[in-house]
Design a protein around this ligand. Structure first.
Ligand code: OOG
Ligand code: MG
Length: 262
């Protein structure tokens, strides 16, 4: 479809108010079935600009649908990216307020701390590792604004890829002293093991997933910046949780990260 400037801002308003009012809404493609992925990225950009106008600051990037299993589930062959803003950063030692969400889910991720700007369209995993000062254990809280967490690819891209909150654990390590290609992970809820996986689930290596995002940004003349935090994509299925639940993600070598919900 050709997105007219009235329609894009109308969709931005629709998604932004759903987020602020913690309300699930019918997906955008129910009304605009011809919305393309490129148009959805333009809407996402305007949505972030709207949040910036209200005081939010971009602090990094997140990848989504980076595992083959998740891509197949959605019938797509591409990952997606969205932006992280400072108001999404949650602290491990503060109980998470369930009332801030619609229907949140937690997923285990590896965070990359970027020490140099990087831009291009032929970026490799090695380039990403060169500019990564640390990697750290992370939990992302996703909270799609769409009814029952159901959407098509353009829908989820427009909705900033379900981004909502994230936690970073305290063990930060140089990627050069780890075998990042295969870090085992166990995620538990209230002391019961819920998911097990390995960092290999993220396109074979989490740095490959970050390189994909840098190349995709490069096509639009953008890049990643010194100081950015990048969540490289869930390495297992996301799990839902309720008030009073506690989630713990333990990585081999890379330590753990956890939160409790009030
Ligand atoms: C889209 C966001 C997925 C990930 O790490 O795969 C994501 C969704 O499933 O709602 O953040
Ligand atoms: Mg994620």
């Amino acid at each position: 479809m050709t997105l007219t400037s009235g329609v894009d801002l109308e969709i931005v308003d629709y998604l932004y108010s759903a987020e602020k009012e913690r309300r699930e809404v019918v997906k955008v493609t129910d009304q605009y079935p011809e919305l393309t992925i490129d148009e959805a990225y333009l809407i996402q950009e305007k949505l972030i600009q709207r949040r910036e106008k209200d005081g939010a600051r971009r602090i990094g990037l997140k990848l989504g649908l980076t595992s083959k299993a998740k891509q197949e589930m959605m019938g797509v062959h591409e990952a997606i990216y969205g932006y992280l803003t400072d108001d999404m950063l949650a602290l491990e030692w503060e109980p998470l307020d369930y009332n801030k969400f619609i229907h949140p889910k937690a997923e285990p991720e590896i965070a990359f701390m970027i020490a140099e700007d990087l831009q291009g369209t032929n970026i490799t995993a090695e380039d990403v590792l060169r500019v990564t000062k640390y990697v750290a254990p992370a939990i992302e809280i996703i909270d799609s604004r769409y009814l029952n967490f159901k959407f098509t690819l353009p829908d989820v891209v427009a909705d900033n890829c379900s981004s909502s909150s994230f936690f970073i654990g305290s063990k930060w390590m140089s990627p050069r002293v780890l075998n990042l290609a295969d870090i085992g992970m166990v995620m538990s809820k209230n002391g019961q093991v819920s998911q097990t996986s390995s960092s290999a689930a993220v396109l074979g290596h989490p740095a490959t997933s970050v390189a994909w995002a840098v190349n995709k940004l490069g096509e639009a003349g953008k890049g990643i910046k010194k100081g950015d935090i990048i969540l490289s994509g869930a390495i297992s299925e996301a799990i839902s949780f309720e008030p009073k639940d506690s989630i713990l993600v333990q990585f081999a070598e890379l330590g753990s990260v956890s939160f409790s919900c009030k």
